[in-house]
Design a protein around this ligand. Sequence first.
Ligand SMILES: [Zn+2]
Length: 236
Amino acid sequence: MGHVNLQEISAEGNEKISKSRISLIGLGGTGSLAAQLFVRAGVKKLTIVDFDGINATNLQRQINYGSDDLRRKKTEATAALLRRIRDDTEIVECGETLDESSADRILSGNNLIFDGTDNMVARDTINNFSLHSGTPWIFTSAIGTAGEYKAIIPGVTSCLRCFVPVMNATHLSCSEQGILNSVPSIISGMAYTEAIKVILGNPNVGDLHFVDPWRDSHEQIRIARRKDCSACSGKT
Ligand SMILES: [Zn+2]
């Protein structure tokens, strides 16, 4: 009853959540908590996508896994956990790599896509699918002591390429640069909240949020649609 009794969601919003089909890409630190929250909220269907296995360095921050999960696939371990949490959400495991050739098959038929990936190539694939299918998605990123998130709604908000016009695939990974282990869960909880607002049709979404809990900062930045955006200009 937690959501039904909450004025901001109520029975009407809860009904929308219970009919939602979500695709979640990447089951690292950010994807782990979001997967749990979507299922605990009672979405109809959650498709979890990750090609990777679990290794010991993941356990510092990826809250779906323990030491007895090492070398299991992330999709397999997460699905087992989610099915323990509740048994009335359909969980679909997809242990594939998301790329331009698999995107339509993996991502179609969902109301919203949640990005828990760690690279811009995958996010660009999600962005392209979002724009041609009209599916909203939530961008997330976390490294060091900070992270960011943004709801992207085709035809309504700016897209990924509006604020990252040039893709730079070279970047340090979380294990290379280091990451405060609370940060993925903090960003995940906030980005998940943005996802629920999108599902409920709340218009107060779409800004880029930059959060650094170590420095007690939260910046909210309005990103306008770029008329010359290479991805969304003229398409929506
Ligand atoms: Zn754009």
